[in-house]
Design a protein around this ligand. Sequence first.
Ligand code: ZN
Length: 161
Amino acid sequence: MITNDKVVAIDYTLTDETGSELDSSKGGEPLSYLHGHGNIISGLESALDGRAVGDAFRVTIAPADGYGERDESLVQEVPKEHFEDAGELEVGMEFQVQSEDGDEMIMTIVDLDDESVTLDGNHPLAGVTLNFDIMVMNVRDASQEELDHSHVHGPDGHHHD
Ligand code: ZN
């Protein structure tokens, strides 16, 4: 059964409110994570709590329990000359930037014209209601090292150099 400190492997397909597929583990390895450590979005972690291998279910997760609500103050227009060294710009390109309080954040180009570039610092799934179709593939005890690091170690988890 899935409880805190178990390593859980799930197959999942993520769709939005209109049924379009956003992401899926199909055709690849299941997603492995350490339960109870905030490694996955909170709505998904609570939906998995107490489940067992072989359980298949659908869960709908509101933005607040997923990637958060959209924050329009994270959308900003900047002069194109700030990107002189960035090469060819395209809508959809992502940049890692430092925010004012020193956190790293990903900004995505959402609009572009001759003078300016509009960047959006929201997670692409912010404000989106998420539907996950889940199948629990495996549950095992975590190693002490995994608990110390608060994440899963290989073969299908985190690898250290
Ligand atoms: Zn580690």
